[in-house]
Ligand binder design. Structure first.
Ligand SMILES: [Zn+2]
Length: 510
């Protein structure tokens, strides 16, 4: 034992392990503190994730420790400083680092960033960085034996470990890259990839776009994982959409989405991409550009993290607001669509006579309980674990239905302020959701339920009076089979825009 402790390799690996443990206990833990844990397997899963991050940190620090002590200390202290900042806001405000936060910090609003620097964060960060620096300086107490084959063995294992842990297509990539400290690298990389995507020039795909209407508000709501089967407006036995029914929305119960996950579906439905031309989703502008050309003021309000596949369109609008800028899929606190309402109300109350407002909801995204307010915990018992196999089927459906009830409430808040205006609301969910059909749950795999997606349209009394033939045709078309391709053309048609890019056969108003 005595020999072992004197052993250089032992001192080296013990030191790097303690350095890694300091990060995990000090900072990474903040990412797990609110994870719902309902059973022993939940505990095992949290422990597995934390152990994986510990091992990834250990291999990284072991490799860094081969640098000169001063360089190693500076690097370790710097990462500790950044990680301590993230952990502070995660603990105190539930913030997770994502690209929107980097946008705010780097560019948009230095004043907001400055407001968040309090003496508490200053004291915590100084203390954590001091501890990290002292810990890193222990590197001086030993030397790495470059004559030993064990040294090379350790380094080869570390390099292989790091490659396995950080391989973007590997199974560890997501749980590690979205947690402290690895999210520092992953999110910064994603931020610059998005910036690159926005800066790519996409050509205009039409020659002309004009409108004869003087005053009109077109609202497009992109829903999330809302399945038509669980809406009472389509005949579901539970009263999940009483507001849509009361307000006279026309629901489409036979809409097919080619894609079953957000990143592929959203660019597809915002552009004129269809089954024959799927590439348009990545090469062309969206209908927002058509509205801009026709003299509409356009606004994008997002309640989901920007993704490389659709960040271009968020930037295409004249204005973009982002609610819940601090959430990622590993947040389990409330993340509600009503947080978009203040932006929405101020947008429709500005003086632009012609407006296109696009809202991107978090809707019925997993983890369901996070996406409805306490008032909408209507069906019980609800799920308590975030591991699918630990969730009871009935509780899954209850939690899901609560998100539908909440979405119905949210949509009523979108529609009500438009009652006395010339306005139209078009809703389309990005895809459906499986709730146990053939043993399938959620989305992003393959099941009929995932392809079946919710859609509806609402006309204000003024709009219905002005364009009665639109209402009539919308009614006539409600049970026809549509692909989500209808959205692009129908939205342009709803805005009464004359343009060479619109295909009237794909409009639900014809
Ligand atoms: Zn989605």
């Amino acid at each position: 034992m005595k020999n072992l402790i004197k052993n250089k390799q032992f001192k080296w690996l013990t030191h790097t392990f303690i350095c890694a443990l300091f990060w995990i206990v000090g900072f990474t833990l903040s990412d797990f503190i609110k994870t719902p844990v309902a059973s022993f397997t939940d505990v095992v899963m949290v422990a597995t994730h934390m152990t994986t991050i510990l091992l990834a940190s250990w291999t990284l620090i072991t490799l860094l420790s081969t640098l000169p002590t001063i360089v190693f200390t500076i690097l370790y202290a710097f990462i500790t400083l950044l990680a301590s900042i993230l952990a502070f806001y995660r603990y105190t405000m539930g913030f997770s680092l994502n690209t929107m936060i980097l946008d705010i910090v780097f560019q948009n609003d230095i004043a907001i960033s400055a407001d968040m620097v309090t003496w508490e964060v200053f004291v915590w960060v100084c203390f954590a960085t001091l501890c990290g620096t002292l810990l890193a300086l222990l590197r001086r107490l030993y030397t790495i034996d470059w004559h030993s084959k064990w040294t090379y063995f350790v380094l080869v294992v570390s390099v292989c470990g790091l490659i396995i842990f950080l391989n973007p297509n590997g199974r560890f990539a997501r749980p590690i890259s979205e947690r402290i400290p690895f999210n520092l690298y992953a999110v910064t990389k994603k931020h610059f990839e998005e910036k690159q995507e926005i800066s790519k020039e996409r050509p205009r795909c039409f020659k002309v776009a004009t409108t004869s209407v003087d005053s009109l508000t077109v609202v497009v709501v992109i829903g999330e994982a809302l399945r038509p089967q669980n809406m009472s407006i389509n005949g579901y036995e539970r009263s999940t959409t009483p507001n849509l029914e009361r307000l006279g929305a026309i629901s489409y119960d036979n809409v097919y989405s080619k894609y079953v996950y957000t990143n592929r579906s959203v660019p597809h439905i915002l552009t004129r991409a269809d089954s024959a031309n799927i590439q348009y989703a990545y090469t062309e502008r969206s209908f927002i550009d058509v509205f801009k050309a026709a003299g509409y003021f356009t606004t994008f309000i997002a309640n989901q993290d920007a993704e490389k596949s659709y960040v271009y369109f968020m930037n295409e609008a004249d204005t973009c607001f982002r609610a819940n800028t601090s959430k990622t899929v590993y947040n389990f606190e409330k993340w509600l669509d009503e947080d978009m309402l203040p932006y929405y109300i101020s947008t429709i109350n500005d003086n632009s006579p012609r407006q296109l407002v696009l809202l991107h909801c978090i809707g019925s995204h997993w983890w369901y309980n996070s996406h409805y307010s306490d008032d909408y915990k209507i069906y019980t018992p609800v799920i308590t674990s975030r591991i699918l196999s630990n969730c009871d089927s009935m509780a899954m459906v209850n939690s899901y239905d609560n998100t539908v009830c909440y979405t119905d409430f949210f949509l009523s808040q979108i529609i009500e302020p438009l009652q006395n205006r010339n306005a139209i609301v078009i809703f389309l969910s990005d895809h459906g959701e499986a709730l146990g059909e053939n043993g399938k749950w959620l989305h992003a795999s393959e099941s009929e339920a995932m392809h079946s997606t919710a859609a509806f349209v609402w006309f204000s009394p003024l709009y219905a009076k002005q364009f009665p033939q639109f209402v009539e045709q919308a009614e006539n078309n409600r049970h026809k089979k549509w692909r989500t391709d209808f959205l692009y053309h129908s939205v342009i048609d709803a805005g009464h825009i004359t343009t060479d890019v619109m295909d009237t056969t794909l409009s639900i108003f014809r």
